[in-house]
Design a protein around this ligand. Structure first.
Ligand SMILES: NC(=O)c1ccc[n+]([C@@H]2O[C@H](COP(=O)([O-])OP(=O)(O)OC[C@H]3O[C@@H](n4cnc5c(N)ncnc54)[C@H](O)[C@@H]3O)[C@@H](O)[C@H]2O)c1
Ligand SMILES: O[C@H]1[C@H](O)[C@@H](O)[C@H](O)[C@@H](O)[C@H]1O
Length: 352
């Protein structure tokens, strides 16, 4: 799609950035609350969802915010300077291309676009515009524990990393969640986090599935073990559990040449009483990663004002989609599947 719209200018420092939020479900509602109540320098001016009642309910609580049943119409609403996409992954490509066509900066929830060919179209559309506009919501990059682990690995304090052991356990997933989404929607986070933590590309993926019968209540064969290799020789294993039923846990342990480092062990209150100790397990990502989402959206608003992006780029979104495509094939065939990456375009001159 050609870039035909005029480039958007970030508003002056005294005018809040007008944000259109596409998708008024779990994440859309959380981001609307965040932009409205926690982030200074931005306001929600439009909310769009084909479920009109959802959009209207969110917009009703915010002065000057309009609800739209047609997602793309919200991009043309008065006062829109930037777009936050929180619709399901398959709807992202259309919204991203429309935003880029209008020169609007975007924070797009992960996965940027689940399918790699479509993800590459987004990379190309942004490149044609000549400036960075797409930030992808891989929020672990803004989580304090993940940032500490990255700093430790970058500084080589424990020597070179050799293995990453990851656990990704969900309480439950949406009823529309499919077996493929274990890879494209959930392990997508570990694909991004591993690339970012290690500063390496992923080269091949394998998926191991228990042979036990499919649990009737979920429709997803739980748990699965996803193992991938990087071009720096690191091996990463990820236990992915969609319907664990007990809480939300995201843990990573790096095994390096001279030691190990672990994050995600505890998050919440620990109690000692009556001869026992015990702790809390967060029940969902909205709790576990609340601080990370806040930092992410604040950083995004600040970046848009500076005319740039933050966190994962459109290229990162594409790379994750390419790895996920290999992962889905590995899941289907039981084979080790190499990752095919397109040539990387030159970075933007002013990207951060
Ligand atoms: N970063 C994270 O930790 C995290 C957590 C959960 C979800 N997500 C991502 O956020 C996105 C939304 O997930 P969710 O859990 O909020 O889903 P959800 O099902 O709760 O909500 C999605 C909403 O989008 C609406 N919708 C459908 N098609 C649309 C379109 N074309 N345009 C606008 N709205 C549309 C639906 O009616 C629904 O209200 C997904 O990409 C998901 O992967 C990210
Ligand atoms: O969409 C959600 C979200 O991305 C969560 O962060 C992840 O833990 C879940 O597995 C996924 O289903």
């Amino acid at each position: 799609m050609p870039i035909s719209g005029p480039p958007s200018a970030a508003p002056s420092s005294s005018t809040p950035l007008g944000v259109a939020v596409l998708g008024a479900g779990t994440m859309g509602a959380d981001h609307v609350r965040r932009v409205d109540q926690l982030v200074s320098g931005a306001r929600v001016v439009a909310v769009a969802d084909p479920d009109e009642a959802r959009a209207a309910a969110l917009a009703a609580g915010i002065d000057g915010c309009r609800a739209f049943p047609e997602p793309l119409a919200a991009l043309d609403a008065a006062g829109v300077d930037a777009v936050l996409i929180a619709s399901p992954g398959p709807a992202h490509e259309e919204a991203l291309l429309a935003a880029l066509d209008r020169g609007l900066a975007v924070l797009c929830e992960k996965p940027m676009v689940p399918d790699p060919e479509a993800a590459l179209r987004v990379v190309e559309a942004e490149a044609k515009g000549g400036r960075p506009l797409v930030s992808v919501g891989f929020m672990r990059r803004f989580d304090a524990e993940h940032q500490r682990l990255k700093a430790l690995l970058d500084a080589r304090e424990l020597g070179a990393p050799r293995l990453l052991h990851c656990r990704h356990r969900n309480l439950a997933v949406h009823p529309y969640f499919t077996e493929e989404m274990l890879i494209t929607d959930s392990v997508a986070h570990e694909f991004d986090a591993a690339r970012w933590l290690l500063d390496q590309e992923i080269t091949a993926v394998q998926v191991f599935r228990p042979t036990a019968a499919l649990p009737e209540h979920t429709g997803v064969n739980d748990p699965q073990l996803v193992v991938f290799e990087t071009d720096g020789g690191v091996v990463v294993d990820v236990e992915i559990l969609a319907n664990g039923g007990f809480g939300y846990q995201v843990q990573t342990e790096a095994v390096c040449e001279r030691g190990t480092a672990r994050i995600g062990e505890a998050h919440g209150l620990m109690t000692n009483t009556a001869g026992r100790w015990g702790g809390e397990i967060a029940q969902d990502y909205l709790t576990r990663f609340a601080d990370a989402y806040d930092r992410e959206v604040r950083a995004w608003v600040a970046a848009v004002r500076r005319g740039t992006t933050v966190g994962a780029t459109a290229w990162d979104g594409y790379a994750v989609a390419a790895v996920a495509a290999a992962g889905v094939e590995a899941q289907r065939t039981g084979r080790r599947v190499p990752v095919e990456l397109a040539p990387r375009p030159a970075p933007f001159m002013n990207a951060v």
